[in-house]
Design a protein. Structure first.
Length: 128
């Protein structure tokens, strides 16, 4: 969708440039312009073309600002996600270490119990 909007925007700029190039003589013709406080002779087409260029530049700056803001927010979220992942990995390693310690303790206690049982049993028949 983003590519389509870019192509449409650049296509519109190309159409405006082509239209201005083909009708340059009409755009540069002097016209009486009313400025509320005075009347001046100026090429109205060039003025409107300049205003269009200013609006395109402002639109480009707003788009660029939005893009940069999104990238900076994405970078911050990525950094936060990485820190959270590291904390989860540390917690998982700690859990595994505790589990290993509990298992070793249980096995040691089980071995001690088995040894005590073996010592307490007396053979029923003694072989000569």
């Amino acid at each position: 969708m983003e590519r389509i909007s870019h192509w449409l925007a650049w296509s519109a700029v190309a159409v405006i440039v082509a239209f201005a190039g083909l009708n340059w003589s009409a755009l540069t013709a002097d016209t009486a312009l009313n400025l509320l406080v005075a009347q001046v002779q100026a090429p109205m087409g060039v003025i409107l073309l300049g205003l269009t260029a200013v609006f395109v530049a402002l639109f480009f700056m707003a788009t660029l600002y939005s893009r940069i803001s999104n990238l900076m927010e994405s970078r911050g979220l990525h950094k936060e996600l990485r820190l959270t992942q590291e904390m989860a990995d540390k917690a998982e390693a700690s859990r595994l270490e505790n589990l290993q310690h509990v298992m070793l303790t249980e096995f040691r206690m089980l071995n001690e119990r088995i040894d005590r049982l073996e010592e307490s049993q007396t053979p029923l028949v003694k072989l000569p």
